[in-house]
Design a binder for this molecule. Structure first.
Ligand code: FMN
Length: 211
């Protein structure tokens, strides 16, 4: 099994979404055992914004007709799409930034959700071109985003679901560590709750797999 992990926190080793995604990966490895697992980590915070070449390739009068070799972010986009294509499953580690995905993850999305490539525009709407496979999202937020204590909108979850479905990725599972801005005890409780959700999900998967 080959896992592609997208990392998008600027906080490096201190990142709660990265930590939670480590746990998802450990469980995926356990479920896959004895099948070997390979992991490709992609740091989305290092990606350039899409450029002029890319914009012309996806929109405007010559969209979808490429006459010159791809350069700039169009070439980068093709490489990122290839690496997404190779993956059997995807793990996305994401902080909530201003109610939605951080800029680095949005950049990666702009590179791989590409008209005339990973989706087609038809009179019936946008049709995804990628094969479906599991996507695990490990999300971290400073405050609560769901339940009775949430005091903020959550555009991250519905946005990721919609944009991944655009390219054909519809099997999206969310795990969240909420309230990372709380005191030590609150953070420990939030981590434990998120960890239990991951263990519960994969424990069930292990029980159901015909070993
Ligand atoms: C630019 C920025 C915007 C943020 N916006 C929100 C927000 O809208 N809601 C929230 O609950 N936390 C917000 N936070 C807090 C982060 O979600 C929190 O620190 C979380 O742990 C980040 O994930 P990470 O630890 O993986 O980096 C924001 C943090 C930053 C740096």
């Amino acid at each position: 099994m080959h896992i592609l992990r997208i990392l998008s926190s600027p906080r490096g080793a201190a990142s709660e979404s990265n930590l939670l995604s480590d746990s998802v990966i450990r469980h995926l490895q356990q479920c896959a055992h004895p099948e070997p697992v390979t992991l490709e980590n992609l740091d989305a915070t290092t990606l350039a914004h899409v450029d002029d070449d890319y914009a012309h390739a996806v929109s405007g009068p010559h969209a979808g007709h490429q006459h010159t070799p791809a350069a700039g972010t169009l070439a980068a986009s093709s490489r990122l799409i290839q690496s997404l294509d190779r993956a059997d499953c995807l793990v996305i580690a994401t902080p909530m930034h201003n109610y939605t995905v951080p800029a680095g993850l949005k950049n990666w999305i702009d590179h791989v959700v590409r008209a005339h490539s990973t989706f087609q525009i038809t009179p019936q709407g946008k049709i995804g071109a990628l094969r479906d496979r599991p996507v695990y999202v490990a999300m971290a937020s400073g405050g609560p985003v769901a339940g009775p204590h949430a005091r903020q909108p959550d555009f991250l979850t519905p946005y990721l679901k919609a944009v991944l479905a655009t390219v054909g990725l519809k099997d999206v599972i969310f795990f969240t560590v909420e309230g990372t801005a709380g005191n030590g005890a609150m953070l420990a409780a939030a981590r434990q709750q998120a960890e239990q959700a991951v263990a519960g999900h994969f424990g069930l998967a292990l029980q159901q797999s015909p070993l």
